[in-house]
Design a protein around this ligand. Structure first.
Ligand code: WT7
Length: 655
């Protein structure tokens, strides 16, 4: 799929799929109930959320104030209420669902483990007590750098239980990225594992953690290490503590620490258009409410579902739809540790069959990759338990949507294409499966209580039948980010600055059709979306420039059939421009260098060396031009404003 092709195909897409009658008859929300929710939210936005928070969450101290907007746009919700996220996910199910499975787990090598709610509760309490024994308490930051194993969820829940703030760093990030995040968060504890299994190999988590600590991380006291792979790793007895030595001996009772609703539940670092990654700060009460209600509305989640969200807990999707949302609803989650194609291309479908998965939620990049492998793989397995399919992370092209619909959904299952962001905490725009007809490539309409508009450059709301512009959110919502950790100025500037604090600016451009359906066109800032992973072009540029051979670099995205977008770097060297074998060698060196600085996911697919970048007379790099060049398009743009128009040919690889 190329970006322009996709935009063309979504703009000419006119297929509409009604919701299936079989689904509607049993759905939590049908069209009438959905309309009633929308009406209630329209009548009283704040009251709507206040009622839901009372009904859905367990409060130790009920709140009396729903929204505090006295410091807008630093909004605060349910401020005088107290609760605990882990008590909401675990303790409150012990009565009715104690013996029901909370987690079904399968490792890449085929090992499986199950935990009932009662068992998970006991394990989480033990881990929580271990954290306390390591000196961790309310408000302390704990960085988690783990594989996709049940202990990762236990670690998150244990932090929540004692009021510690977790910050997960995806296992695919490098030691340098880990160090930066540990330092920015001022973490006192790191929880990691000796390694993880992925693609038949070991992910060297402990080794990367050791490297990170050798580079700095002065606030860290201890490293808690889970033995997962069992391969040899370095162990510093003054600093490192084995999970199996400290956790099992703890008591399986640990009273939850009641925290204010606004107490930060977690930080999660994500890329922006400028500078270093930002620590998105989420609250306890508002966040949990968003994760929970969206599970009910969008996934129609009930407690007999087996919910498989394929995202790693290192991303927001794994926070809201692996750990917090489904457990708060008392459902069973499925966790899988490894790659989708190990030992063969049928692995995902075999897992879905073997564990009786009923709801499957994944990313378009995975759908496209699985589609490529052919229809025979899914056809070999019994997928009859599936009742709902979901997509998240990037626009889904209609072709991939149709394959998902036909081959996996047997033309029966609803597909929910869910638009949201790390910052929004939970799903914002999505079909309601029992109520909203779908169109391939559109995330359809905003959820109840979510106020979305399209605005133009001047910030004026577009009301037409066919509106294209910036996607903004006009009213606060409970699961919104609260700030950027240690940098409220950046929070204000990034999300609210563009239109003088009037709206939350998502950073996406969108198109709204005559039925009020939204079609997301992609980021308007310098943020790339590679396989559903968010990467800042500036971040990759600074990684490149930190190599001694590089004088200057510009990174753009290029449409990619499977990944959605791939990383394309233009590099200016110190000294002569390398050519031939020398250029190839340096390109490899630089790719590895980016892998070390950020992680393998940020490695450029292509590096092109040139003598200069296309700059305007005021010194601005013409990125638009670079994007066209990367796509291999013919240059039709006006290059007369360039200081060095002759460079275009060279950048295009023609010289
Ligand atoms: C960006 C947020 C929160 C989910 C995981 C990604 C893009 C996300 C969709 C969708 C079109 C989507 C947007 C958004 N995006 N979902 N259904 N259709 N685009 O979270 O890393 O914070 O990235 O992902 O561009 O701004 P994230």
């Amino acid at each position: 799929m190329s970006e322009s092709q996709n935009i063309k195909s979504v703009l000419t897409e006119d297929r509409v799929f009604p919701q299936s009658a079989a689904f509607v008859s049993q759905a939590r929300l049908d069209a009438d109930r959905l309309a009633a929710l929308h009406a209630a939210a329209a009548r009283d936005h704040v009251g709507f959320w206040g009622d839901l928070a009372k009904k859905e969450l367990g409060w130790q101290t009920p709140f009396t104030r729903v929204l505090d907007d006295s410091q807008a746009p630093n909004y605060r919700w349910f401020t005088d209420g107290k609760l605990n996220a882990s008590a909401n996910c675990l303790d409150r199910h012990l009565g009715a669902r104690g013996d029901k499975l909370a987690i079904r787990f399968e490792g890449e090598k085929g090992d499986t483990r199950n935990y009932t709610y009662r068992q998970l509760h006991a394990e989480v309490c033990r881990v929580a007590n271990a954290l306390k024994a390591l000196g961790i308490g309310k408000g302390d930051r704990v960085v988690i750098y783990m594989p996709m194993v049940p202990e990762a969820v236990m670690a998150m829940q244990a932090c929540a239980r004692i009021g510690a703030i977790h910050s997960i760093v995806f296992g695919g990030f490098s030691s340098t990225a880990l160090k930066d995040r540990i330092e920015d968060a001022g973490a006192r504890l790191l929880i990691t594992a000796d390694g993880g299994h992925r693609g038949g190999q070991i992910v060297e988590l402990k080794r990367a953690a050791d490297d990170a600590l050798a580079q700095g991380c002065k606030t860290l006291d201890k490293v808690l290490v889970l033995k997962r792979t069992g391969h040899d790793v370095a162990f510093d007895a003054r600093r490192d503590v084995w999970w199996h030595e400290i956790v099992p001996k703890q008591s399986e009772r640990c009273d939850p620490q009641w925290v204010e609703s606004e107490h930060p539940l977690f930080l999660l670092y994500t890329s922006g258009s400028t500078g270093k990654p930002k620590g998105i700060q989420h609250s306890t009460g508002g966040y949990l409410l968003g994760a929970m209600t969206t599970c009910q509305w969008v996934f129609d989640l009930r407690d007999d579902d087996v919910f498989w969200c394929t995202a790693d807990v290192g991303w927001i999707t794994g926070h809201s739809y692996v750990c917090y949302g489904p457990l708060a609803c008392g459902a069973t989650i499925l966790m899988y540790e490894g790659a989708p194609t190990v030992p063969d291309a049928g692995r995902f479908w075999k897992i879905a069959q073997d564990h009786g998965v009923t709801i499957f939620y994944t990313a378009p990049t995975a759908i496209r990759a699985l589609m490529r492998l052919g229809d025979d793989w899914p056809k070999r397995y019994d997928l009859s338990k599936l009742r709902l399919l979901g997509s998240v992370g990037e626009p889904i092209n209609p072709e991939a949507w149709m394959w998902y619909h036909k081959v996996i959904g047997k033309e029966q299952l609803p597909i929910v294409d869910t638009w949201w962001q790390t910052e929004t905490g939970s799903i914002m725009i999505s079909p309601i499966p029992g109520a909203v007809p779908t169109k391939p490539g559109s995330c359809t309409k905003p959820l109840p209580g979510i106020a979305v508009e399209v605005v133009d450059e001047a910030g004026d709301v577009l009301t037409g039948k066919d509106a294209g512009g910036y996607l903004v959110i006009t009213k606060p919502w409970p699961s919104m980010l609260r700030t950027i950790w240690n940098d409220n100025e950046r929070y204000l500037k990034t999300y609210w600055g563009q239109f003088s604090n009037r709206y939350y600016v998502a950073g996406d451009s969108t198109h709204r059709d005559e039925d009020g359906y939204y079609w997301i066109m992609g980021r308007i800032d310098d943020v790339l979306n590679v396989s559903g992973h968010r990467l800042g072009t500036m971040e990759i540029e600074s990684a490149l420039v930190s190599h001694p051979a590089v004088a200057e670099a510009a990174v753009v995205g290029r449409p990619h059939e499977i990944k959605g977008e791939s990383v394309f770097a233009f590099v200016i060297c110190r000294g002569e421009r390398p050519r031939g074998a020398e250029a190839e060698q340096l390109a490899k060196t630089l790719r590895d260098h980016v892998g070390r600085e950020i992680g393998a996911l940020a490695k450029p697919d292509e590096i092109r060396f040139a003598d200069n970048l296309p700059k305007t007379r005021s010194g601005k790099i013409m990125r638009r031009l670079l994007r066209s060049i990367a796509k291999g398009e013919e240059i039709t743009q006006d290059v007369s404003t360039l200081e060095n128009p002759a460079i275009v040919k060279q950048l295009a690889g023609q010289d």
